[in-house]
Write a protein that binds this ligand. Structure first.
Ligand SMILES: C[S@@+](CC[C@H](N)C(=O)[O-])C[C@H]1O[C@@H](n2cnc3c(N)ncnc32)[C@H](O)[C@@H]1O
Length: 245
């Protein structure tokens, strides 16, 4: 879809892991020129992607803040989750489509890279055949995390596995046994289950916990030194082969 002059263009911007300096020059340019800027967020939070944008958001831009109807209240495995989220994304996409149909460009902000566990994908799926669409890649959270922790991850023919912590313990263990290196995302309340799976897979000792990478509050440590709850913005890194000199 290349679009036509009468309709607006949807730009989906990867905003990087948190440090605004890790946004691409292209994302920053499009953001500064945007008449309408949208983002997703928890109902009680401003939104990570919006915070990264900071004062780069044009003062006169119309803003569309899409607050999720729920976050952890309904488990992903519950069929109601998919139905209610699909309705929510339908409504968000139609809201954006209204602006595009009026000839206004719309920019949708997304933390990290938009096509890696990003909500923006659900808008893209619904609109990219109807409107011109640009996707600007972003530095992923995992890239931010391993750079912050100064932890090389994959050498040579190591296989990296990116695993959502929302999986059940047995599935997590299977993937962790199989992968040379692994990144486990979406920790939060899944932390203890992930810890158990790492132990069963014999990978707990090498695992590194990273929280809010590239942001002022960032911290990282060996997982075995980590106590207490994990916030949503945290990742576990399991490096592949050790120092490859
Ligand atoms: C919905 S996914 C979004 C991933 C994002 N699109 C990307 O490209 O990395 C959210 C998960 O990313 C991870 N995450 C995002 N930002 C992070 C950060 N600054 N530090 C640690 N983990 C982060 C957490 O695991 C969080 O649960």
């Amino acid at each position: 879809m290349t679009g036509n002059a009468a309709t607006g263009r949807l730009s989906i911007l990867g905003m990087g892991p948190g440090d605004p300096e890790l946004m691409t020059i292209k994302a920053a340019r499009i953001l500064r020129e945007s008449p309408v800027v949208a983002w997703f967020c928890r109902h009680d939070r401003p939104g990570h992607a919006r915070q990264i944008a900071g004062d780069m958001l044009p003062e006169r831009a119309k803003t569309l803040r899409f607050a999720y109807p729920f976050t952890t209240e309904i488990p992903v495995s519950d069929p109601a989750y998919l139905v209610r989220m699909a309705t929510f994304y339908d409504e968000c996409a139609e809201h954006i489509a209204g602006h595009l149909q009026n000839g206004q460009d719309v920019t949708l902000l997304c933390e990290g890279d938009p096509f890696l566990f990003g909500s923006a994908m659900y808008v893209f799926d619904r609109l990219h055949e109807r409107f011109a669409c640009t996707v600007v890649p972003g530095i992923t959270a995992m890239g931010g995390c391993w750079s912050t922790a100064r932890q090389p991850m994959v050498h040579g023919d190591d296989v990296l596995c990116v695993i959502p912590g929302t999986l059940d313990e047995a599935t997590l263990t299977t993937w962790l046994e199989r992968a040379d290196a692994a990144v486990i995302m979406k920790l939060g309340r899944n932390l203890e289950k992930v810890r158990t799976a790492l132990r069963h897979a014999g990978r707990e000792e090498r695992a590194i916990y990273v929280e809010r990478a590239t942001q002022p509050q960032q911290c990282w440590m060996k997982l075995t030194d980590m106590t207490g709850p994990a916030p949503y913005f945290s990742i576990i890194l399991v490096p592949g082969r050790e120092d490859a000199r």
